[in-house]
Design a protein around this ligand. Structure first.
Ligand SMILES: Cc1cc2nc3c(=O)[nH]c(=O)nc-3n(C[C@H](O)[C@H](O)[C@H](O)COP(=O)(O)OP(=O)(O)OC[C@H]3O[C@@H](n4cnc5c(N)ncnc54)[C@H](O)[C@@H]3O)c2cc1C
Length: 371
């Protein structure tokens, strides 16, 4: 059987960044992917890097999200130097818009909580907000500004990371769905069986997103949560920041495309787009930015977020020879760099991240075996 130090099952952003990091540590790495690498959730996402928007309390999740966000400027620069792809990391911040008094009151609480952990957040009145982002609706009564919640073009990021993996001699095997983990006589995981044959490895890293628990022998429960996105095209981007309301978010790419997201649907592995969802997204977007009705092109798609029962990723040793790196749900783009580091630290014998126990993949096995 063909053997490497590590096999990564699943070539999404999590798997590819982990593979890249492991190569930097000198390990031989093979990625096996069911179809083409980088064409699932990591491709369908919006690219928000928003720890402050996504978590409100100081917690392990909040801490690793913040740390991961801070790794992006360096990662973007490294990737540009290595493979010449600009992943369009943009640090213009995020505006949460309010249309009602109750939302503004909630913003006050959020600001207090963010200040308590030393982060920047402020409420801005509607006039100033519209001076900053003139496309915002006259109907807004205020915004909560998170100047450190950023964005990246996740498709360019994925392309750059795959190019970097290939340059670093990661062996990428596509069209090779993993069916089952292979164990030796002592029960240790020592490889995977795929439709393209069997591959041996010292360690298998499971990073197959929402499909992870379909691979026989991997017992972390991961469920798909569908998200539909509508994309509109304009001649120029109508705003710079990420804009969010209670119902939707808007991300404008530099070329004038605007992403409007996203639904949250627990409907299995279905990736169809529905007219009802697209209509609701368009209406929510129009409330925030009325000029979007002048858009001239469009497209819609759905992607599948990998969700564990508690909504937190499952990162770390699951069994001897088997590491989990999945379940990143709504924040897998944001959390990819820190996850890759956590995986590489474990495999290369460096001290584990202090928050790693909170993401122990064995926590779903009934009795907790957190070290
Ligand atoms: C609509 C939407 C918007 C989102 N927006 C954001 C955002 O703004 N910011 C953010 O941080 N996150 C966002 N996310 C979440 C983010 O996209 C995911 O958490 C992240 O992409 C998960 O990455 P992954 O590598 O685990 O999975 P994926 O990117 O899904 O990759 C999994 C890979 O595994 C492969 N695979 C599956 N089964 C097998 C098998 N049996 N054998 C081999 N390979 C297999 C697949 O082909 C695929 O290539 C969004 C998600 C969606 C759907």
């Amino acid at each position: 059987m063909d053997s490497t130090d590590v096999i990564v099952v699943g070539g999404g952003l999590i798997g590819c960044l982990a593979a890249r990091e492991l190569r930097a540590d000198g390990l031989s790495v093979r990625i096996v992917d069911r179809s083409l690498v980088g064409r699932e959730a990591s491709y369908h996402a919006a690219g928000m890097l928003a720890p402050q928007s996504e978590a409100e309390e100081d917690s392990p999740m909040f801490r690793i999200a913040l740390q991961s966000a801070r790794l992006f400027p360096g990662l973007a620069e490294d990737l540009y130097n290595e493979v010449g792809i600009d992943v369009r990391f943009r640090s213009e911040g995020t505006f949460h818009v309010a249309f009602e008094d109750a939302e503004l009151e909630n913003f006050q609480e959020l600001v207090a909580r963010q200040h308590a952990v030393g982060l920047t957040a402020e409420i801005i009145g509607p006039e100033l907000a519209r001076r900053e982002e003139p496309a915002l609706s006259e109907e807004i009564i205020g915004v909560l500004s998170f100047p450190e919640d950023h964005q990246i073009d996740n498709r360019r990021l994925m392309e750059a990371v795959v190019a970097s993996c290939k340059k670093r001699k990661v062996d990428v095997v596509e069209q090779a769905p993993a069916r089952e983990l292979i164990r030796d006589q002592a029960g240790r995981v020592c490889g995977v069986s795929t439709t393209a044959g069997e591959f041996a490895a010292g360690t298998v890293v499971m990073a197959a997103g929402c499909w992870s628990s379909l691979v026989k022998g991997f017992d972390v429960p991961v469920e798909p949560v569908k998200g539909q996105i509508l994309l509109l095209e304009l001649m120029v981007p109508p705003f710079r920041r990420v804009l969010r309301s209670a119902d939707a978010y808007l991300v404008a790419r530099l070329d004038g495309r605007v992403l409007i997201g996203a639904t949250m649907e627990r409907v299995g592995y279905d990736k169809t787009v529905s007219a009802q969802a697209v209509g609701a997204l368009l209406e929510s977007a129009r409330q925030m930015v009325p000029s979007l009705t002048a858009a001239f092109g469009g497209e819609a798609w759905a992607g599948l977020r990998p969700a564990t029962p508690d909504g937190m990723p499952a990162i770390g040793w699951l069994d001897e020879g088997l590491m989990s790196a999945t379940g990143h749900f709504r924040n897998g783009i944001l959390l990819a760099p820190i996850t890759a580091q956590m995986v590489a630290d474990q495999l290369s014998g460096r001290p584990p991240h202090p928050d790693l126990p909170a993401f122990d993949p064995r926590r779903f096995r009934g009795s907790s075996q957190v070290d």
